[in-house]
Design a protein. Structure first.
Length: 341
């Protein structure tokens, strides 16, 4: 399985470009060759790089620079484009809570070597990264530090988390000072997972760059990308098919099976293997789209109902309450209160 895990090429392209900014006098093409990474892949941000080769490239960077904190320096210069369409969705998210949940939803676009999960516990949003393979400490540093850099870009430049947990062993004194200066919060080393803890007052604040139109378009691009390049996972392909078919109203297990050129039984079996059902995936897509449509304020409840494949608004309202615990009108009122706070 480890041989099939991959990282999106746009992430590698950004790192190579950033290395060119440093005066390290290292031979980047030679590092790529030694990591068995085809340099032509740098011309295609949609391509994928084998995860183990990407890890080897990062290890070679550390060897060539002798810098234990190089991950922090790479993160400080990273841009949204490193994460393909997901990066632009993140930068247009409404709050840090939706920012992190979007990571969870689309993380497979970036990498297959880990899974992310965001949950609220004791007044904090805890964003955790669970590794599926042996990932070098500096590669972990790059990603966790990049996440924090993006949070500072979309929220506030002086933002400090409540707590950071890292799997890596505690670095030397000089390096540890650099980690402290970057994260500006308590750091626990040698933990089971990578974690970023965000206070409620921060994760509920509406972000200045919130734009539901940009989010919706780039989320769709992300879903389509995952459907094309992650053939081993059936759920992203089902999501993409559902999004395309919803406005016509005829979305069912049978219709999606035909769209994906598979049998109903095969599709059900694959969903069962993933621990879910077709109706659960359909509900998730409808909820995600419904919230996006409501937030734009450009469509009536009736229009949204039809766009999501419901025959009448009352069916949509009942389904929305079942999924979110509130009616569409209550959701909009809560959003207005959040905007005014």
């Amino acid at each position: 399985m480890s041989e099939t895990r991959s990282v999106i090429a746009s992430w590698l392209i950004q790192i190579v470009a950033i290395l060119d900014e440093f005066d390290f006098s290292i031979d980047v093409p030679d590092l790529l060759r030694r990591a068995e990474v085809d340099p032509d892949i740098l011309q295609d941000p949609n391509a994928r790089v084998r995860s183990r080769r990407f890890s080897r490239f990062i290890e070679l960077i550390v060897e060539a620079t002798g810098d234990e904190t190089i991950g922090l320096k790479l993160a400080e210069r990273n841009t949204p484009g490193s994460m393909h369409a997901l990066g632009y969705s993140l930068f247009s998210s409404r709050t840090l809570e939706t920012f992190f949940h979007r990571f969870d939803r689309f993380f497979r676009l970036i990498s297959h070597s880990a899974e992310t999960r965001s949950e609220i516990r004791k007044g904090c949003l805890i964003h955790s990264i669970e590794l599926k393979e042996d990932v070098p400490p500096v590669r972990q540093d790059v990603f966790l530090a990049t996440v924090l850099r993006f949070v500072r870009m979309v929220y506030r430049a002086d933002y400090s988390p409540v707590l950071v947990r890292m799997r890596r062993p505690k670095p030397g004194k000089v390096a540890m000072d650099e980690f402290d200066a970057f994260f500006c919060c308590p750091i626990e080393y040698g933990h089971d997972s990578l974690e970023l803890h965000v206070a409620e007052k921060d994760y509920t604040r509406v972000l200045r760059g919130a734009n539901s139109d940009i989010v919706r378009r780039n989320d769709q691009i992300a879903m389509e990308y995952i459907a094309r390049f992650d053939e081993q996972q059936i759920i992203p392909r089902i999501r993409a098919a559902i999004v395309e078919m919803l406005p016509d109203g005829a979305v069912s297990l049978e219709s999606v099976s035909r769209e994906l050129n598979t049998s109903n039984r095969s599709l059900q079996r694959q969903l069962q293997d993933e621990g879910t059902t077709f109706n659960t995936v359909l509900d998730d897509v409808r909820q995600h789209l419904a919230i996006g449509y409501l937030r734009t304020g450009r469509r009536s409840i009736k229009e949204i109902s039809y766009l999501l494949g419901y025959k009448d608004p009352s069916n949509f309202s009942r389904a929305f309450r079942r999924l979110t615990g509130q009616s569409p009108q209550e959701f909009l009122e809560n959003e207005r209160q959040l905007d005014d706070s």
